[in-house]
Design a protein around this ligand. Structure first.
Ligand SMILES: [Zn+2]
Length: 128
């Protein structure tokens, strides 16, 4: 039984009691009124709660959407990484320094105009 049914039930009981005195009637009516007012307030709160529930559902839907967007974005990023890997492949060359034996990778544009390379380890100028 919900609160409202209980109040209605109580109201019925009180009416059945048929209080004789005017003061008793007032008290009983007052109690039922107070209970009804409480039930109204609870209903109002329930309404607010419903609205908040709806808002939360919207929010969680929005978050899910955001998550989907993020994962698809991550997928795009992965694709982009793959693309970058493809693009950078072959651009780097490796060279072993004849001075210190350090093996390093370099971009073709790192070469000097005369085609020489500087070892990043010891600074030796390598001429092919
Ligand atoms: Zn070197």
């Amino acid at each position: 039984m919900g609160a409202r049914e209980k109040i209605a039930f109580l109201n019925g009981l009180l009416e059945g009691l048929d209080p004789k005195g005017e003061a008793e009637k007032k008290i009983y009516t007052g109690i039922v009124d107070a209970l009804n007012a409480l039930a109204d307030e609870i209903d109002d709160h329930a309404e607010v709660l419903d609205e908040q529930q709806e808002f939360l559902e919207d929010l969680s839907e929005y978050c899910e959407q955001l998550e989907e967007d993020m994962s698809s974005l991550e997928g795009d990023m992965d694709d982009m990484d793959d693309l970058m890997d493809d693009e950078t492949e072959g651009i780097f060359d490796s060279q072993e320094c004849p001075e210190c034996g350090h093996v390093f990778f370099f971009r073709s544009e790192a070469r000097m105009e005369d085609g020489s390379l500087q070892c990043p380890e010891c600074g030796f100028m390598i001429h092919d």
